[in-house]
Design a protein around this ligand. Sequence first.
Ligand code: KG4
Ligand code: ZN
Length: 348
Amino acid sequence: MGEGPLVLGIETSCDETGVGVVRGEVLLADAVASSVESHARYGGVVPEVAARAHLEAMVPTMHRALDESGVALDDVDAIAVTVGPGLAGALLVGVAAGKAYAFAAGKPLYGVNHLAAHVAVDVVEHGTLPAPCVALLVSGGHTHLLHVREVAGGIEELGSTLDDAAGEAFDKVGRLLGLQFPGGPHLDVAARAGNPAAIAFPRGLTGPRDAPYDFSFSGLKTAVGRWVAACERAGHEVPVADVAASFQEAVADVLTAKAVRACRDVGVADLILAGGVAANSRVHALARERCDGAGIRLRVPRPRLCTDNGAMIAALGARMVTTGVPPAGLGVRTDPGLPVTGMAPAGR
Ligand code: KG4
Ligand code: ZN
């Protein structure tokens, strides 16, 4: 069964309602309900639709997680819930549920940073995080390079995106190519049939005078848009697979080069890839190749744990309990703009 605190985690920051159960570093349940299909026709997540879907999915997802883990609410040591960053209305549903369950069962309530939780979830796959390590966090709304001394409160930001997040770039280019929403996973599949060297798309912020750990993807997105428009103007059929593969290569190249450089500069030998874009097959493969070449140990959670889920919230909650972070309590508030280094805002 494993050692350590038994924690139930609740995630509702975007379009996935997740409830996970973790004991220490052992995953016992990971129930996820997604409202992604309700957003597909709008080409992006609609906040009010997401919040309503969380409300409907919360109780059934909770029951699924408890059934899957064979744990009763009375048995858990703590309840952890995402307080930010994320969509304001969506976060409120999860936090209200967390408060209700914590109050009803008389359990301490921990407020969890969604971004740090993306990194923390790797413990259920590969054991205790090496400390310190570097984490490349690439999701739909965020792109950060982090120096992690302690995932529960000891994270330093090395760099981040100046414009679009990596996942956002995948989704926008996916839409441009007529792929289904969200573009990321569909583009990953489309790229498999393409040539990554077909089109030389720009690599943002990779010049010698550019900030070494910051990212920029909006120029790349514009370049893809222009290339596709020129192709259409000339009356050619857009080679979707080649464009997808070449775009994906540009993103993977920049992400992995900067991550390996950060490990070298900071002097750490362990890199964690986290967030939805870490599920990308080329990002993963190129990171593996470059880490092997540089003598860096690479850890990437399995794709299901890279995208949003409740297990990651339970995993960071368990780490917070273990390291003695005090619970936020029933007064905890949400913070849609919580920075990657931030802790739960205290309640009154
Ligand atoms: O971490 P996540 O599930 O949610 C946020 O916290 O944002 O990340 C979602 C993002 C979306 O932009 C999605 O398109 C992208 O991750 N994504 C991928 C893949 N799977 C998910 N991007 C590229 N390739 C994938 N296989
Ligand atoms: Zn996320």
